[in-house]
Design a protein around this ligand. Structure first.
Ligand SMILES: [Zn+2]
Length: 468
């Protein structure tokens, strides 16, 4: 080193010492880490600073951070996703949903359907600086066909009509310009409109979510899309007479009596769903599942198998219900009280659990979504019910955690940024009082939540609900 440089550095030295920054960041110490990639790591310190995990080390070394949270005896998992929600489904609920999600450890949500004029302000608010809200990814409206199911008549208006391929192309280009993260294709589109949607979304680099259109077979539509919701209409393609069922649907979709979209769809479900399950053919179904090999399935068992574990029968239901807006609470209590068991729903629920297990064992990626707030789904609370259902279907507790962390991240090609507990990943974490691998229901035993780099203990999150 030359002399001038040495003198310069020596002069600088006291300056450097004087400016030593005070420690920043937060450490959760001596905690057991559990994520779907690395499995279990005991006695670890996790340091995060700003919106990033900066270090994961053995708990032997003391962290130099501004704040320390003792994780002794506790378990740290990545922040959870609810991969199927509708923030704008019920205007009385929209404002309360972000805080509810966080109070249950849900730090990211994928909104799978809402009109843009409602969605855009909600997304803008959730993404604004200092907003205490989950990360949000949204599709805009359900892109339906000639007949629209969610048309604002018998159901809330969250769907839009696409009668021709040209209309479909224009609609998707417009959504892309408005900033959607993916698109959602709905059940009544024709094959020609479906193809135009796929082509346009691929050109624009948008992930594609879909129901299986009733005009198509699951094995034909499935491989073109990135995720399929509710396992819906897959049963029709697992029947011994799948081709024949498809022909019948095509005839009925001509809709000579001019039924409204919702009614037309329901009539086809009623006509084919249970008979198809009754004529389940393993060989047919294996062909369908082979075609769906890389299409993520979001079975929403909480919804589809609702009758097998009704939420209002759960011990913690009343407490959870007490935290939702009073107007919604009253409506839900009334509908829970008048709800009767329907054999058809029980049968579909059992089928949905069976098929989910079969898909998982064949390596089809599974995502955890609830359809919140549809059918008494309390935001956040219901995701934990979904995890329980996924374990009941045959996923290991670690796989179930993966379905609410790593899988959603992969869907948006964000696996390098989110979904596991590693340096460089976003600081979204949930601190649990009990081991979720021993009992998946332990994901509800929340001690604290880190969202976008800020730690809140559970009391603080609950208090946020009350001051709303
Ligand atoms: Zn939905």
């Amino acid at each position: 080193m030359n002399t001038t440089l040495r003198i310069f550095l020596l002069l600088l030295l006291p300056l450097i010492t004087a400016c030593q920054p005070r420690p920043t960041g937060t450490a959760i110490t001596n905690v057991t880490l559990i994520d779907a990639v690395s499995g279990v790591r005991r006695n670890q310190n996790v340091v995060f600073d700003g919106d990033q995990i900066t270090a994961v080390t053995s708990s032997d070394t003391a962290p130099a951070t501004q704040r320390t949270i003792d994780g002794t005896g506790k378990f740290l998992i990545p922040g959870l996703w609810d991969f199927h929600v509708h923030l704008t489904f019920d205007d009385n609920f929209t404002d309360s949903m972000p805080a509810l999600f966080l109070s249950y450890g849900i730090t990211s949500v994928r909104d799978t359907g809402g009109l843009m004029h409602k969605m855009l302000p909600v997304v803008e608010k959730m993404r604004s600086k200092d907003a205490v809200a989950p990360r949000v990814f949204f599709s805009g409206p359900l892109l339906d066909g000639d007949f629209v199911v969610y048309d604002g008549e018998s159901r809330p208006e969250i769907g839009v009509r696409n009668s021709t391929p040209d209309e479909a192309r224009a609609a998707i280009a417009e959504l892309a310009a408005q900033g959607v993260d993916f698109i959602k294709i709905y059940e009544m589109v024709s094959p020609a409109v479906f193809d135009a949607m796929i082509e346009t979304a691929n050109e624009l680099g948008l992930p594609i979510d879909s129901h299986v259109p009733l005009s198509m077979r699951a094995r034909v539509a499935g491989p073109s899309v990135d995720s399929i919701e509710h396992l819906r209409n897959i049963e029709m393609d697992c029947a011994s007479n799948a081709a024949e069922l498809h022909e019948t649907r095509l005839e009925l979709l001509e809709n000579p009596n001019g039924m409204p979209g919702a009614e037309l769809r329901s009539s086809l479900h009623s006509l084919q769903r249970l008979p198809a399950i009754g004529t389940y053919d393993e060989e047919q179904c294996d062909q369908t599942l082979a075609a769906l090999g890389s299409t993520m399935q979001v079975p929403t068992l909480r919804l589809g198998a609702f009758s097998l574990a009704r939420p209002f029968r759960r011990d913690d239901w009343e407490a959870a219900l007490s935290r939702i807006p009073p107007k919604v609470r009253e409506e839900w209590q009334a509908s829970a009280n008048s709800m009767e068991q329907v054999q058809e729903y029980i049968e579909f629920g059992e089928w949905a659990i069976f098929l989910t297990g079969r898909m998982n064992s064949r390596g089809i990626p599974i995502g955890a979504g609830t359809d919140t707030p549809i059918l008494l789904a309390i935001p956040g609370y219901s995701l934990h019910s979904e995890l329980e259902f996924l374990v009941r279907a045959g996923l290991s507790p670690l796989e179930a955690l993966g379905s609410a962390t790593v899988r959603p991240a992969e869907y948006f090609a964000l696996q390098d940024e989110i979904g596991t507990i590693d340096p460089g990943k976003k600081a979204d974490l949930v601190l649990l009082d009990a081991n979720p691998l021993q009992d998946i229901a332990n994901t509800k035993k929340i001690s604290g939540v880190v969202t976008k780099g800020v730690y809140y203990d559970r009391e603080a999150l609950l208090a946020r609900l009350e001051t709303r």
